[in-house]
Design a protein around this ligand. Structure first.
Ligand SMILES: [Zn+2]
Length: 273
């Protein structure tokens, strides 16, 4: 074990005042990051949660009877079930604090031959945590380039191993979350475009764009690349595109999005046959 290059004090200093963007970048729904009671991005409910200090990322959640509160690091632990050091590492990474001289990041160990659901969920989480999430890294992945998406667009890039994607493959990593931002699974896409999902998707999806703008066009489509193009290329970010991760999931995800956000309309974009 080597000593960590950063501490809660040093990372907290750099994070001061930037918590909303940091937390949103790590996958917490920006709509929850307001000083107003609402559903908790970690444990749901209707109005148990508020985010009342962007300086230190302070939140309060009454947890349905078991109150929990703290700073931005504590919020990440509450929402994603991370340990304190996982939260510290994720924030440091999102601030670029450990990428100036990036240490060789060990690829998470691949699942064993017959991985159980919790093992796959853990693998999904480790992979997402280890992924680089900046535009340069993600946008230069061969799949992203081929699809004409030169930005991160909510995805990451990391090494992953699996039956479909191959061993220790340089993958685009697309997070699959609940509508309140909890990571359920990841879809790994290798340079050839082969896709493999780790973790259990449930009703998960990936919401891209500005969910605070109900007048923007809202669509649900199958894959990450189409959604990223629609949202950021066609509409310059003034749109919401939700990745359903499969044709058979379009309807279910569209219904969940309509119920959760209540935009005027949600359009399902089917792939051209
Ligand atoms: Zn909560």
């Amino acid at each position: 074990m080597t000593a960590p290059a950063f501490t809660f004090a040093s990372v907290g200093d750099r994070a001061r005042g930037r918590w909303p963007e940091i937390l949103a970048g790590l996958g917490i729904d920006p709509a929850a990051l307001r000083n107003r009671h609402g559903p908790c991005p970690g444990c749901g409910g209707r109005d148990r949660f508020r985010f009342d200090d962007r300086e230190i990322g302070r939140f309060y959640c009454n947890g349905g009877g078991e109150p929990v509160s703290g700073d931005g690091f504590a919020l990440l632990q509450h929402v994603f079930d991370w340990t304190a050091s996982e939260a510290l590492q994720a924030v440091a990474q999102s601030l670029g604090m450990d990428s100036t001289h990036p240490p060789p990041k060990p690829a998470p160990r691949p699942p064993t031959k017959a991985p159980g659901p919790s093992r796959l969920a853990a693998y999904a989480r480790e992979t997402w945590l280890a992924a680089r999430k900046d535009d340069a890294a993600v946008g230069s992945h061969p799949y992203a380039r081929r699809k004409g998406v030169p930005w991160a667009a909510g995805a990451g890039r990391a090494r992953a191993s699996g039956r479909i994607i191959g061993r220790d493959s340089d993958c685009l990593i697309v997070p699959i979350r609940t509508l309140v931002g909890k990571l359920l699974a990841v879809q790994a896409i290798n340079p050839d475009g082969a896709k493999q999902t780790f973790g259990s998707m449930g009703d998960g999806c990936l919401v891209l764009g500005n969910t605070l703008d109900a007048r923007a066009p809202w669509i649900v489509a199958e894959g990450w690349a189409d959604c990223a193009s629609f949202c950021f290329h066609l509409h310059r970010g003034n749109a919401v595109a939700v990745v359903a991760f499969g044709a058979s999931r379009l309807q279910k995800v569209a219904e969940a999005v309509a119920a959760h956000y209540a935009p005027p309309r949600v359009t399902i974009m089917e792939d051209a046959p």
